[in-house]
Write a protein of this length. Structure first.
Lengths: 111, 113
């Protein structure tokens, strides 16, 4: 079945440093979604990418979808303590009825 | 709107007991799903539904049953609890009949002794 891998598993950064998490799928995706989960909370939707090579920005967050639609990345510029949490990517199967989540990258920010 | 609600927040079961985790949404969403989240792992899909009366298996369905008699409710039943089912369970919904943007509930933390 479809597998979605995410690296790194953990990342410690100093406040103000940049952060990137990478997502790779074993199959071509119809779209990819990103979620953020704060410690003790539930996942919250951030964005969905659909087109090959798509790049979207949300303030300090930049999301990319690979040309082959098998990989994606999330880059945070100048991290803040409010960015702390686990970031998940999730790939949609071609039938559109199931999301496969990556294992997540836990971001810790030292003030 | 309350969004997606889940009850209970916490539950402790003994091996072999059965129970139902409740999930309800008031957004008139077609798609609903159940995930489990284990430490250090992502979310794994247990069961999903693309509309009332329709359910299907996800990635890890064994030991769980679901039903979708109304658009609003999507209960998850544990038939005979096992320690391997100790996890945090999240219910989620999505507006259309596909796995688009997921709105998650607050979760149920289940421990099976």
């Amino acid at each position: 079945g479809q597998q979605v891998m995410q690296i790194p598993q953990y990342q410690h950064v100093q406040e103000g440093e940049d952060f990137t998490t990478y997502c790779n799928s074993s199959t071509t995706l119809s779209n990819i979604q990103w979620y953020k989960q704060r410690p003790g909370g539930h996942p919250v939707f951030l964005i969905q990418l659909v087109k090959s090579g798509e790049v979207k920005k949300q303030k300090r967050l930049t999301f990319q979808f690979g040309e082959a639609k098998k990989n994606s990345s999330l880059h945070i510029t100048a991290t803040q303590t409010t960015d702390v949490g686990t970031y998940f990517c999730a790939g949609d199967n071609n039938a559109g009825n199931m999301l496969t989540f990556g294992g997540g990258t836990r971001l810790m920010v030292k003030p | 709107n309350a969004g997606v609600t889940q009850t209970p927040k916490f539950q402790v079961l003994k091996t072999g007991q059965s129970m139902t985790l409740q999930c309800a949404q008031d957004m008139n969403h077609e798609y609903m799903s159940w995930y489990r989240q284990d430490p250090g792992m992502g979310l794994r899909l247990i069961h999903y539904s693309v509309g009332a009366g329709i359910t299907d298996q996800g990635e890890v369905p064994n030991g769980y049953n679901v039903s979708r008699s109304t658009t609003e409710d999507f209960p998850l039943r544990l038939l005979s609890a096992a320690p391997s089912q100790t996890s945090v369970y999240f219910c989620a919904s999505s507006p259309r009949r596909r796995a688009g943007e997921q709105f998650f509930g607050p979760g149920t933390r289940l421990t099976v002794l």
